[in-house]
Design a protein around this ligand. Structure first.
Ligand code: GTP
Ligand code: MG
Length: 968
């Protein structure tokens, strides 16, 4: 076994040496020549071929290491594994060897004959054994040999013993013993080999150095490349990032813009949707309102249709009555021969707005001579007749707002008939009057106002259609001014359900008839005055007019005036005269009169710039007597008459003690005058204060009974008494007996007390005038209030007369008239105050009035620049009228509205200086500066009058003094 292993080991060593020999030629070194295989037996070759066959290598053409796993070769030792043969042969370690390569490899290792090789190896060399036995071990060798051997090893590069060195030692020793000549060769060979080894080592180190250097260079280059790549990657990444960012920003901005645009669109759409919703809501509301209005209109239409039918029936009945009464009724306006007939048309009539109902034709008729109609000093046998529309009432009351308008101013002749006929009363005390004749003159001719007798409370039955029929005692109304109201009433009876129901179609008296439905108040002169029964309760207008003329209670010798006051509050339309005639004309006019204009629902119209009256319907006085009198309406209601009356009862008052304007502080305490002396002997017209009491009560008693108490007569107006829509004043210019002063059956303490406090009017002369009005006014002037509409003329006058501001007055229609008595500097001034309408359609009418003006209060509204600018227009009108010596007072009203002021006070003052007129500012609402301007105006008028008297004697002789008249 040991020998086998040794052979195997040898074989391996030989194999390795052989392998080394096979390698050396490959390296190109001068390797030794490959020894030929010693012996490669046929058996070995056969085994090899069998192996190729068994493992399939022959088919594949190559041998793998695995193929040798189970192979057995006879030339291999037992300890040698067949796979080692493959490792020996496969020096390049390719894993597979071709059959040729494997065969030649084996042959190179084992020789041509493996058996020989085995034999050779198994047969020891005869010299090697004894030599081995004779050569001592290295440790036992002598020092010389050992030194020589170490030197040899030193040449080989090893200085210490290795296990192989022992074998080398023995080989070297053997060689020195057996073949000493080869020892030197061995040493040379060893030296050469060591040299070669050193060279190889140097080469190796150089190569390693070069390799390391190259490796470091490579590493450096790689690192550099890596860094460069990293930098480039970083740059590119940054670029990409920047591009991405910019692209993202652009995209985001675009997206933002798009989003904002979308959002705006959405908002617009939302707004549009909201607007549409609002519009839809509005439209739906509007539609609902329209539906409700349509419903209301339909209902109103149905109501109106029914009412219209009823009205038509009533009108037909009325027309029949009018036709029946036509022959009996006469409408006369007797004038001097010089006075143009009423049929003539006079130019310059007030323009009538086509949209507004025209003024009645007989309202300042075309042919009226204003000199005649308005002359206070009417000649004898003439009676001045004034017809009034109902006075306007404040809007804040529930009563109707019938505009007040002068319906007629005419002159009739003697009052004989009038005064010759005692006022008749029915058993209940209601005044009576002869049928068909309301105011008659002494010679039998008179003004027949029956055409206006349309008081709803006057039963139709009382109007005898037959002219010759004796009058029957019945309540009647002879108020020309009652026409509109009657019409309205008639209309309203059809339109508005009255509490009392419609007016009785026949002669059934209205509910209030006995109390004051139709009353006639005649003021007989002294001669004509008889013991006729006086009305138990004179109508309010009647009393008011009594008060109006109460100042000159007893006319002078030349005064034979007669005054008749009638009152028709609300008469059925039955008494209307027939159409076609003068009365009919008036009737027709009355249908379009302002009274109806305001009273008729369909014709309700407000003056421009005025707020419509709430409810739009006139109120009740014309509808139902019960609805008329209200506390607030007391004054306005009776304005047509009470204005005049209050002038004496309240106004004169204007002169209460302590009045600053008056130097005469002491009130007059003279006994109430019983006569109104004529201002001039020529004057035949009574003073404005002259009014006969209805029942002929002694004036002294009446006045004396009240004035000492200081309490003004209380207006004992029955609650249910309807407001008189108009009044008629008949003043006869013929001399006659003095009229007894009417007793003041009614007093109005509220006017004095409350009004004075409210208005703040300076009480001074009023009391004295009220208590002791002068019998004969020293001066009488016509003062016309001019100015644009809405400036406050009527409010001013209302305050002046009633000491209370009446809010909500309607626009004046035509012209209004009041009398104001002032005691200034111990002289009695009677101012006839004409309240004109500022609306343009009445300007021509106003222009006619201007001809007789003594003084003009030209009013503007300090809150209206336009009204201030129109001041020059009104002055031009004044100049055109030829009124050269008119005293003008420029008055700016509404100074309480300081926040709305458009006209500075200085501007008004400058204009007044420029125009040479007086100037002042006032507030009708506050009652500021109301009476003072009038007192100053009275003084200026007096100065003007005195100057004219002195300088124009001749003219004055042709023209009766103003003081002699009581009206234009
Ligand atoms: N604040 C204030 N309002 C006033 C004053 N005077 C009158 N008014 C108001 O002005 C409006 C017109 O008043 P009116 O007296 O009817 O005016 P007018 O000048 O008579 O108008 P016409 O009759 O159309 O010419 C009414 O509403 C009054 O209440 C005032 O001093 N201050
Ligand atoms: Mg007015």
């Amino acid at each position: 076994m040991e020998s086998g292993q040794r052979i195997s080991r040898k074989g391996r060593k030989l194999g390795s040496s052989r392998r080394r020999q096979t390698r050396e030629p490959a390296d190109g070194q001068d390797a030794p020549v490959t020894p030929e295989p010693e012996s490669w037996s046929f058996q070995a070759d056969a085994e090899l071929q069998a192996f190729f066959q068994d493992c399939g290598a022959k088919e594949r053409g190559f041998v793998t290491r695995e193929d040798l796993a189970d192979s057995k070769f006879s030339f291999l030792g037992s300890e040698e594994e067949p796979q080692m043969i493959f490792d020996w042969v496969d020096m390049e370690q390719r894993g597979q060897l071709s059959l040729e390569e494997f065969s030649s490899g084996l042959k190179n290792i084992f020789g041509s004959s493996p058996s020989t090789h085995r034999l050779h190896r198994s047969r020891p060399s005869p010299s090697r054994v004894p030599a081995t036995a004779s050569f001592p071990a290295l440790e036992e060798a002598d020092a010389e040999e050992k030194e020589a051997f170490l030197a040899l090893l030193g040449q080989l590069g090893t200085s210490h013993f290795l296990p192989e060195q022992t074998e080398l030692w023995q080989l070297w020793g053997k060689l020195r013993q057996e073949e000493p000549q080869l020892a030197g060769s061995l040493e040379g060979l060893v030296a050469k080999m060591s040299h070669r080894l050193q060279e190889v080592g140097a080469d190796k180190e150089a190569l390693e150095l070069a390799l390391r250097k190259r490796d470091s260079d490579h590493q450096r280059e790689v690192r550099q490349l890596y860094e460069e790549m990293e930098q480039q990657i970083s740059r590119e990444r940054q670029q990409l990032q920047a591009q991405s960012d910019s692209r993202g920003l652009a995209l985001s901005s675009q997206m933002q813009e798009v989003l904002e645009a979308k959002e705006r669109e959405v908002q617009k759409l939302a707004e549009g949707q909201r607007e549409l919703e609002a519009q839809l809501l509005h439209l739906s509301n509007t539609q609902q309102e329209a539906n409700s209005e349509n419903q209301q209109l339909r209902e109103a239409k149905d109501d109106l249709a029914g009412q219209l039918e009823e009205m038509q029936g009533r009108l037909q009945v009325t027309r029949r009555h009018l036709d029946a009464a036509r022959g009996r009724v006469s409408w006369q306006i007797e004038e001097k021969p010089s006075v143009p007939s009423s049929s003539e048309k006079a130019p310059g009539l007030p323009a009538v707005c086509p949209e507004e109902p025209p003024l009645p034709e007989q309202l300042f008729g075309d042919n009226d001579d204003w000199d005649q109609l308005l002359n206070f000093s009417s000649p004898p046998h003439k009676a001045l007749q004034l017809s009034w529309s109902p006075p306007p009432t404040p809007r804040d009351t529930s009563g109707p707002q019938t505009p007040r308008v002068v319906r007629q101013i005419s002159i009739s002749k003697s009052h004989a008939l009038l005064f010759g006929q005692e006022p008749s009363s029915d058993p209940d005390g209601a005044p009576r009057s002869p049928p068909g004749v309301f105011c008659s003159t002494k010679d039998g001719k008179g003004v027949d106002l029956e055409g206006w007798d349309i008081s709803p409370e006057c039963p139709v039955k009382s109007h005898d259609p037959e002219p010759n029929r004796e009058p029957e005692p019945r309540p009647r109304a002879h108020f020309p001014w009652s026409l509109p109201g009657s019409l309205v009433t008639a209309a309203l009876h059809g339109l508005i359900p009255s509490e009392d129901g419609p007016a009785p179609p026949g002669d059934a008296p209205p509910p209030q008839a006995p109390a004051g439905a139709s009353k006639q108040f005649q003021v007989p002169d002294a001669d004509a005055k008889g013991p006729g029964p006086a009305p138990a309760k004179p109508p309010r207008q009647q009393e008011a007019l009594q008060e109006l003329f109460a100042m000159g209670s007893e006319p002078g010798p030349g005064f034979q005036g007669a005054m008749a006051l009638t009152e028709g509050s609300a008469a059925p339309a039955r008494g209307l005269p027939s159409a076609g005639q003068t009365p009919t004309g008036r009737l027709e006019q009355g249908k379009q009169s302002p009274g109806r204009q305001e009273g008729w629902p369909g014709g309700l119209r407000e003056a421009p710039g005025r707020a419509p009256r709430p409810g739009g319907l006139p109120a009740s006085p014309l509808q139902s007597p019960k609805e008329e009198p209200k506390p607030e309406e007391g004054k306005p209601v009776a304005r047509g008459s009470l204005d005049l009356g209050s002038e004496q009862a309240v106004e004169a008052p204007g002169q209460e003690p302590g009045y600053p304007e008056s130097p005469q502080q002491d009130p007059l305490h003279a006994p109430p005058p019983t006569d109104l002396p004529q201002a001039s002997g020529e004057s035949e017209a009574p003073a404005p204060g002259q009014l006969s009491p209805p029942g002929g009560s002694p004036p002294g008693a009446a006045a004396g009974s009240q004035e000492p108490t200081g309490n003004l007569p209380v207006l004992a107006e029955p609650e249910a008494h309807p407001r008189p829509p108009a009044m008629t004043v008949l003043v006869e210019g013929e001399a006659g007996p003095s009229q007894p002063r009417e007793p003041r059956a009614e007093s109005r303490p509220e006017d004095r007390g409350t009004d004075s406090r409210e208005a703040g009017l300076t009480p001074s002369l009023g009391d004295s005038m009220a208590r002791d009005p002068p019998a004969d006014p020293d001066y009488l002037f016509h003062v016309i209030f001019l100015g644009d509409s809405n400036v406050g003329k009527t409010s001013f006058l209302h305050l002046l007369h009633h000491n209370a501001f009446a809010a909500g007055l309607t626009a004046t229609v035509g012209v209004d008239f009041r009398v104001k008595t002032l005691l200034v500097d111990k002289e009695c001034f009677v101012l006839q105050l004409w309240d004109t309408a500022g609306q343009e359609r009445y300007h021509s009418l106003t222009r006619q009035l201007l001809r007789k003006a003594d003084g003009v209060v030209l009013m503007y509204d300090v809150t209206s620049q336009e009204s201030f600018a129109h001041v020059r227009y009104w002055l031009d009108c004044l100049q055109d009228a030829g009124s050269g010596h008119v005293v003008v007072l420029l008055l700016g009203n509404k100074m309480d509205c300081e926040d709305k002021r458009q006209v500075p006070t200085e501007a008004g003052r400058q204009l007044a200086q420029e125009l040479g007129v007086s100037f002042g500012e006032c507030s009708a609402a506050l009652g500021h500066n109301i009476l003072e301007p009038m007192v100053n105006l009275a003084r200026s008028l007096k100065v003007q009058e005195d100057r004219l008297k002195g300088s124009l004697v001749e003219v004055a002789s042709e023209r009766p003094p103003k003081r002699a008249g009581c009206c234009f």
